[in-house]
Design a protein around this ligand. Structure first.
Ligand code: IMP
Length: 425
């Protein structure tokens, strides 16, 4: 039998690139959609007709006929998952048969959400406050709890022991994790194992591959928020790059075929941390309003910036992207001029001013660099285009410049939020 394969979809910027829509668009060609990192810090928005669904933990294939795996690398908040499932049930029945959960995935404890706020007041990262960092940290400390632990007799005791420990250590407000919160958490853990099939991520994925199944691996956040190769310390706590698919699902590298890298025609960042080319003024306002640049998870306003090709080339390289996808190109419709960054300039002690197109994700260096900008005329009404032959010449110029800088041809451009608004290139 023909062996199956995995194609990956991931973000190439600081998250919010529109990955949910791309996964939703690609899904009909796949048997399984699998999430491999992050947790309810993600917000993947699907728009179909007059309907909108925001997913946080469940893979974006849930509206199709595919199986959806919440993989080993994901951190799950049972209470937030329950709310999300209630929302999905308005559009899709029988979720029990469509969603599988990895027994190796981590559980976000109520106390981890408090710790998140505690640490954020120290580090000022602007986290989503969903308990993501402390859950991955507890896992590395070997005191975390996994989905498979919910079945064990000492589960409740272990949760209480960890809760009491952090409570005492950090002198956290006791009432914030009162007995009602803990009881709700236990009820939702119970709901989780009763309502979904719990599987071993690695056995499920490897056996699906040996049966010839094709899998779409859906990433959360973006490469520049990767815990190691992102703009540390202004990053999330999980791997967000292709390497994370292997550890997040439990598969070997040869299973991976295409890597779809999704980036916006401009940049945004939510939370703190440097972003060369950050915009202010009228154009920034236009982009935020037309692009609806408000966090799908926290509602925070996103910070807009011009497309950074130094960072994009780096993200293409570290992920081995074969299929770049540009999203939200229609948001730039009607601007008199648009810009990209193709080089950074910075001063180095003793060496004078240096120009470079090599991205170094050091947050201190990035906050010092001066971006060298390239200017382009913008286009009108890209939104109404249905076929690549009708793409405006100004867009074609912008696209060619990007392709020359990143070294890989673009495969799709998305020109609107609806799942039908996408043009193969
Ligand atoms: P955390 O993932 O909640 O720990 O937040 C760490 C940083 O990553 C913060 O700056 C967040 O705003 C950012 N972040 C986390 N998830 C996302 C996402 O899905 N989109 C955009 N930014 C995110």
């Amino acid at each position: 039998m023909k062996k199956g394969k995995i194609d990956v979809v991931l973000g190439l910027q600081w998250g919010d690139e529109g990955k949910g829509k791309i996964v939703d668009f690609l899904t009909p060609d796949y048997d399984i959609v699998a999430r491999w990192n992050g947790g309810p810090n993600a917000g993947h928005t699907l728009i179909f007709g007059d309907n909108k669904l925001v997913l946080h933990t469940v893979p974006s294939g849930v509206l199709g006929k595919q199986l959806n795996l919440i993989g080993a690398g994901v951190v799950i908040d049972p209470t937030s998952l329950k709310r999300e499932v209630d929302d999905i049930l308005k559009f899709q029945m029988n979720l029990k048969d469509l969603i599988l959960i990895a027994e190796e995935a981590s559980i976000i404890l109520p106390v981890s959400k408090l710790l998140d706020k505690e640490f954020d007041s120290l580090l000022v990262l602007g986290t989503t406050g969903r308990g993501i960092g402390p859950t991955y940290a507890n896992h590395a400390l070997r005191i975390g709890l996994l989905v498979r632990d919910i079945y064990k007799q000492d589960f409740k005791n272990r949760v209480l022991k960890i809760t009491n420990y952090f409570n005492a250590y950090f002198d956290l407000e006791e009432e914030a994790i009162d007995s009602d919160t803990i009881e709700e958490f236990f009820r939702d853990c119970d709901w989780l194992i009763k309502n979904f099939e719990i599987v071993s991520s690695s056995s499920f994925v490897n056996s699906a591959l040996s049966q010839g199944k094709i899998i779409l691996a859906e990433g959360a956040q973006g490469a520049l928020l990767d815990t190691r190769f992102g703009t540390y310390p202004y990053v999330t706590s999980s791997p967000c790059i292709t390497g994370g698919v292997l550890t997040g699902l439990g598969v070997g590298p040869h299973a991976i075929d295409r890597v779809y890298g999704v980036f916006k025609a401009y940049c945004t960042r939510v939370g703190n941390g440097p972003m060369p080319g950050e915009m202010n003024g009228k154009k920034a306002k236009h982009i935020c309003e037309v692009g609806q640049e408000f966090g799908a998870t926290t509602g925070r306003a996103r910070r807009p910036g011009w497309l950074d090709l130094v960072a994009l080339k780096y993200a293409i390289e570290i992920n081995g992207v074969t299929h770049p996808v540009m999203t939200k190109a229609d948001v730039l419709d009607g601007l008199d001029e648009i810009q990209t960054i193709s080089e950074y300039q910075f001063s180095q002690n003793g060496s004078g001013v240096i120009h470079t197109n090599v991205f170094r994700p050091d947050a201190d260096i990035l906050s010092e660099v001066r971006p060298i900008m390239n200017k382009f005329p913008s286009w009108q009404n890209l939104k109404s285009v249905k076929d690549k032959k009708d793409l405006p010449i100004q867009f074609q110029q912008y696209r060619s410049f990007i392709e020359e800088k990143i070294g890989v041809p673009l495969k799709f451009v998305s020109n609107g939020p609806d799942r039908t608004e996408i043009i193969p290139l």
